[in-house]
Design a protein. Sequence first.
Length: 345
Amino acid sequence: MTRVEEWPPRAAEGAVAGITRVSVIVPMRNEEAHIEGLLADIGAQTFTGELELLVADGASIDRSVERLRAAAVRHGLPLTLIRNPERLIPHALNACIRRARGELIVRMDCRARYPRDYVERCIAAAEETSAWNVGGRTIPVGRTRTERAITCATDSPFGGIGWTRLAGAAGRVEVDTVYCGAFRRDVFDRIGLFDEALPRNEDEDLNFRIRRAGGQVIIDSRIKVFYTPKGSVAELFRQYSGYGRGKVDLMRKHGRPLTVRSLVPLAFIGTLAVLAPLAIRSDRARALLLAELAGYSSCAVGFGLLAIARRRESLRLLPHVVVAFPALHTGYGSGMIRGLAARGS
């Protein structure tokens, strides 16, 4: 990653300047528990220009649509509701982008909460850097015991999701991908829309294409997103299994791994799968297996303690954090294995 200095607005080709219209796009499916909070955040934005809200609903079977309409009226938001019969995120995003009229397209997520200055800070970062995509630090926030444990696990370098790598960075930093993001409108004219052949990891693919085309993807540490993690370890495992399988789709599309770190869970699962049967008959394999498990357990406990201390959680949460780590890693690794197996079939 590259540190981006606090430069003044530069006169780059296609630079964004004087943004007065913003399109907020949201994929939605069965999010009745979160939609009110999201629209309250959008309605409270300090941005004073023209803001439109486009939501693509993936055939929700709960009260998401009903609550969405009511919340849009309550918060005075101009809502465009779009049907997404395919139910997949890239289809939802593309349907919204095709209808969007804003100079900046800001993607938001139903399970996230946004400060009042979120849109304004995205505009400032886009105008001042000419980056093709800008995003902020994603801060996981849990309410239940399991959500809080998963929050500690993901908010740790050991279980680290993309946002944790820049926890100590100040200012703006060039990165390979960001969560959600705010895009200059002409980005999609230059490189195309989200790839609908990728049911997962569509954002990582788009950001890779941005960088390959010569654009920048930037995180501004002053832009913050608060994200609610999954509510159970089983859901967490399924979520990261999907991410792992999606990573194989990206590798197949681009002919190489996009990042080396994405291969670590696969290596972990692979070594366990090789050493476990060998350990039955081989003392050396048994010693290697025990060493690997001991090292992993030590990291899980150590990083779990650090995350708990940093987030000022109770030590009683430690066993739950330690359980969340292997759910992340084995889910991701097994998802990659399933993706590789499907590719070879």
